[in-house]
Design a protein around this ligand. Structure first.
Ligand code: 48F
Length: 258
């Protein structure tokens, strides 16, 4: 029989655990803005290599565009090249006509589980509104507010979080890139029309450091380089996350030696 629950103790436990994580997240190796497929894969891969990673996601649930499948039909299609990633996150996809088919809700939840269990600090309901530069004008963090304040248009001053690298994993919004573009620091080409092959290739090839301290992943690459969108095929997003993690780890390791 459940009895004698202390309501105050429940509140205290939540506040204590959350604020310990929050304070620990103020400085990290990598801030990943956006918890979609590319950001989650980059996050758990880096965390498994011992890097300190914070993912900031403006919505309640990470997973980005995965949940909706295609037009709300809750399946996603992936290329055979991500079979290894499916094993990493413990999913057994259906193989059909040379593709992998997975329930979108399963893919989103498996990626989230893997990310949290790998030690990534996940801050949801965190909306990035600006970037933070170090004294050399390299990207060195983000300026963040509460999603709810932004939704009700309430002016509350934001907080700053620092990191050695920032990833723009915000998909079509490319919010970090846009913070630089609106000041004329970089130029965004804007994504091209639907073409799955060109889109997937463009995302993988485009995953790179596009400004000192800023790595783009996923659909943000298409916004940056003007490559096509590709609809509900997700292998390119997952491979982009892997490539982004590799680039970030190399940079962090090189900086640690120097
Ligand atoms: O859009 P999203 O899933 O990014 P992705 O990893 O994957 C793209 C695919 O889902 C799909 C596609 C093809 O396969 O075309 O679109 O490139 O996830 C982006 C995440 O970033 C969050 C947003 O809520 C989503 O979960 N996000 C967007 N703006 C902000 C943000 C912001 N200002 N602050 C924090 N998170």
């Amino acid at each position: 029989m459940i009895e004698n629950i202390s309501d105050l103790e429940v509140s205290r436990l939540i506040i204590k655990d959350y604020f310990e994580m929050l304070e620990d997240s103020l400085e990290s190796d990598v801030i990943i803005v956006g918890g979609g497929p590319s950001g989650l894969v980059a996050g758990y891969t880096l965390a498994q290599e011992g890097k300190k990673v914070v993912i900031m996601e403006k919505r309640m649930s990470p997973g980005g565009g995965i949940w909706g499948g295609g037009k709300g039909f809750n399946r996603v299609v992936l290329e055979q090249e991500v079979a290894g990633i499916m094993s990493e996150i413990d999913i057994k996809p259906i193989e059909q006509d040379g593709y992998l088919v997975v329930p979108s809700v399963l893919l989103a939840s498996a990626l989230i589980k893997k990310t949290i269990e790998s030690g990534v600090r996940l801050l949801n309901l965190f909306a990035i509104e600006d970037v933070y530069f170090n004294e050399n004008r390299e990207l060195a963090g983000v300026v963040v507010n509460d999603t709810a304040y932004k939704q009700i248009n309430l002016h509350v001053d934001p907080l700053t979080f620092r990191s050695k690298l920032v990833m723009d994993s915000t998909g079509h919004e490319a919010i970090v890139c846009n913070c630089l573009a609106k000041r004329g620091i970089i130029e965004l080409k804007g994504e091209d029309t639907m073409n799955a092959t060109g889109g997937e290739r463009g995302v993988i090839e485009g995953t790179r450091e596009v400004y000192p301290g800023l790595i783009v992943t996923g659909m943000a690459c298409a916004q940056f380089f003007g490559t096509p969108r590709m609809g509900p095929i997700f292998g390119g997003m997952l491979l982009s996350g892997k490539k982004a993690a590799q680039i970030a780890a190399q940079k962090l390791d090189a900086a640690a030696v120097a």
